[in-house]
Write a protein that binds this ligand. Sequence first.
Ligand SMILES: [Zn+2]
Length: 219
Amino acid sequence: MKRTVIIHSGGMDSTVLLAHLVAEGREVHALSVDYGQRHRRELVAAAEICAHYKVPHRIADLRGVTSLFGANALTDSQVAVPEGHYEEASMKATVVPNRNMLLIATAAAWAMSLKASSVAYGAHGGDHAIYPDCRPAFADALDKAIRLADWHEVSLERPFVGMDKTAIVKRGVELGVPFALTWSCYVGGDRHCGKCGTCVERKEAFLRAGVADPTPYAG
Ligand SMILES: [Zn+2]
């Protein structure tokens, strides 16, 4: 059985990916990362989802480096989370410097210790130009680097890279994903705000997929 470490944020994409890999018959281990995000609520969601799928779940605590990330809306409470559409330039305030490398590197370390064959994450074709570490060239380079990082070779997989978020929601419906357990909102709190970039994108994805949105939004 192929053993894979999945980077699981508690959001929609990584939850559908988790269900997708479980359905493939893989032995899945899920990793969430606490990097000081204000929406720590997503870590609770991730734990609930992993319990639902009976998948081992670990949370890596990287809060020791949060102060190095500077002013951005996700880890600095002094910076407001921008409202509006994800494609807007204002969303650059949500970029945490080099976040994906930290997440992937941490997951790769666990994968090597577990003798897993891969790390998987939910990058998709609709990922945004505002995030430099979502570029395919970056992922390809990291895949090469991770393969060389240990005598036990671990690869980096992006199974949804050819899909957009709407297609991911449709795949999730096929798999019976409990979307109500997932968390997207960058603001945090107990309810999705309904106005930040990820909330807007979440609403759009359900709408475009023709799927009822189970999320109780605050606004
Ligand atoms: Zn929100």
